[in-house]
Design a protein around this ligand. Structure first.
Ligand SMILES: [Zn+2]
Length: 216
């Protein structure tokens, strides 16, 4: 992933930053608005409109869907407010869950330069780590679940970014009708091992998957 590069007026603003007053980031007027948009657009392109942490894809460019995310939080590490390696885009939900969590292996470390070693971080660093070394994302229909490939970075990322929301909250298991489960298990019991794809399709065709459409 290519790092963002500041030029022109954006660079002037970044160069003039006092490295402490991180609150300027959320200002709604002045050049910072342009800088934020520039950073967001850059990383949306680089990330292919996918969240840095959960990798969910949304083909929308506006700030209602995406936050510019500071891997090392801006309030804990104002020094890295504009550091290109510290910036990515994340979905609102991952960003909200992660909040100001300190993701350094040595959280009390006093830093003068941005740590570029992936082992310095407790979570999967979007710039420094290879995501597939840590997670396998299984997508079935609209459902996604995250298989953690290790108990370290994968597990911490899963917890810090609340990726379990995909397993529970959005998986809609609560709505999974007991009748469908029983039909499906009946199907598994009766489907011969040597059934052709057409036969399987025909047998599956007898199952009724009914979406609950009412608001409750
Ligand atoms: Zn996300």
């Amino acid at each position: 992933m290519k790092k963002v590069e500041y030029v022109g007026l954006n660079k002037e603003l970044v160069d003039s930053y006092d490295k402490t007053n991180h609150k300027i980031w959320n200002s709604t007027e002045g050049q910072i608005v342009e800088v934020r948009k520039f950073v967001r657009d850059h990383y949306l392109q680089e990330q292919g409109y996918r969240c840095a942490y959960c990798r969910i894809e949304k083909k929308e460019g506006h700030g209602m869907s995406w936050d510019v995310e500071h891997v090392l939080s801006k309030s804990l590490f104002p020094l890295f407010l504009f550091e290109p390696l510290n910036l990515v885009v994340a979905c609102k939900e991952c960003n909200t869950a992660k909040d100001d969590t300190n993701v350094l292996v040595k959280p009390k470390q006093r830093l003068t330069a941005y740590p570029s070693d992936k082992d310095s971080y407790t979570i999967v660093h979007p710039h420094l780590d290879t995501y597939s070394d840590h997670f396998e994302i299984i997508v079935v229909g609209k459902r996604r679940s995250y298989r953690m490939l290790n108990k370290h970075k994968a597990r911490t990322t899963y917890l810090v970014c609340n990726l379990s929301r995909f397993d529970y909250q959005y998986a809609e298991w609560d709505d999974f009708d007991a009748e469908i489960v029983s039909q499906f298990s009946d199907f598994l019991d009766h489907c011969p091992k040597d059934a052709t794809p057409d036969e399987v399709k025909r047998m599956l065709g007898h199952l009724r998957f009914v979406q609950k459409a009412d608001f409750t």
